[in-house]
Design a protein around this ligand. Structure first.
Ligand code: FAD
Length: 311
């Protein structure tokens, strides 16, 4: 028996999250196969085959799978499920949509948002908005799991693993894809970025956020925001970090004018180092930061940018 990982991909590119999910799945102790489902995904399959620790890549291509609808994916995964002890996906949109549906069809309890794997049936996952971590033991014969990719180091380069086509001609779905509305951006993906620069509501305006973006650009970092900043219209919704936003685990998080509300902290617990810039030395984020710069962000951030420009 083995573990099946559902590859995360978009616009013909394998997401960096897949190497992290493979690394997590390898800790289950069984050979790891990767399933690449979609249409026109040959290049994605080749990238998946080059991930260290992948035993085999299975490619299912059909028009019904092109948009990775949970309905179509579940039909496909149900045909493959008897061959696997565990079926694993990322905790992003596709996995969150498809895995509970798959688990229900298999009459299993899914284990979601896993941040550590202690063996084939023992996992850590956050509860109470990330304020506590629970360890769960699953005694089910088969596990359906979602993984918080940011919590795991990515598997390296390996392979190439063999690639095998599987018949997906029977896969169909009643739901019809209408349209996707995408945000165009050339900054790194928040969920997998090594450096994230985050801004809070005290940045004061969408114009003020350009300062945060400028610093991020100089550092090759992704841009994050608090919900208060998003609600105020200073930053787009997909920059929100926290309990109801994205979960990040960068090597460095620079939090600018962010108080550190519990709901925000729930999204940054995987950050390895934190620098806080804040006028308030008592702010919760300042207290947990590795380095705190106490002062006005409108003085400190331009000074940082000027310093970086000199280098
Ligand atoms: P504030 O809490 O107002 O903090 C502003 C900070 O800026 C303060 O620390 C202040 O000292 C500092 N400051 C002010 N002026 C300056 C200056 N000139 N220079 C430097 N520092 C300055 N929040 C999230 O972020 N993500 C979530 O996912 C999220 N989910 C939520 C879910 C629920 C159900 C609820 C109820 C709330 C959620 N929130 C979330 C909101 C959260 O509770 C906070 O309100 C929010 O995080 C605060 O954002 P902030 O730090 O930008 O603002």
């Amino acid at each position: 028996m083995a573990t099946l990982v559902l590859a995360d991909h978009d616009l013909g590119q394998l997401s960096p999250a897949t190497a992290r999910i493979v690394a997590a799945a390898a800790q289950l102790g069984a050979p790891v196969d990767v399933l690449v489902a979609g249409a026109g995904v040959d290049a994605v399959a080749s990238c998946a085959a080059a991930i260290e620790g992948v035993a085999k890549v299975r490619v299912a291509q059909s028009q019904a799978l092109a948009t990775l609808s949970p309905e179509a994916l579940t039909t496909l995964l149900l045909t493959l499920a008897p061959q696997y002890d565990a079926i694993v996906a990322g905790s992003a949109a596709v996995g969150r949509d498809a895995m509970p549906r798959l688990a229900a069809k298999l009459d299993l309890m899914p284990v979601t948002d896993i941040v550590a794997v202690h063996g084939p049936g023992r996992f850590d996952r956050p509860i109470y908005a990330g304020n506590a971590i629970e360890t769960v033991a699953s005694s089910q014969a088969k596990n359906v799991l979602t993984i918080r990719a940011a919590a795991f180091r990515p598997a390296g380069q390996g392979g190439p693993a063999p690639i095998e086509a599987i018949d997906a001609s029977d896969v169909s779905a009643l739901a019809r894809f209408v349209a996707a509305h995408r945000t165009e951006s050339d900054v790194p993906d928040l969920a997998t970025a090594q450096i994230v620069v985050g801004g809070g509501v005290s940045v004061g305006s969408a114009e003020g956020f350009k300062l945060i973006e400028k610093l991020a650009h100089q550092l090759g970092a992704a841009v994050g925001a608090t919900r208060a900043a998003v609600d105020a219209g200073y930053a787009p919704n997909d920059w929100q970090v926290g309990q109801t936003g994205k979960i990040i685990a960068p090597d460095l998080y620079i939090a600018i004018g962010i108080s550190g509300a519990l709901q925000h902290l729930a999204g940054i617990q995987g950050a390895k180092k934190i620098i806080a810039i804040n006028t308030d030395p008592e702010a919760p984020l300042v207290k947990i930061a590795d380095v705190a710069l106490i002062g006005d962000l409108f003085t400190i951030v331009p000074a940082l940018i000027a310093d970086l420009e000199k280098q």
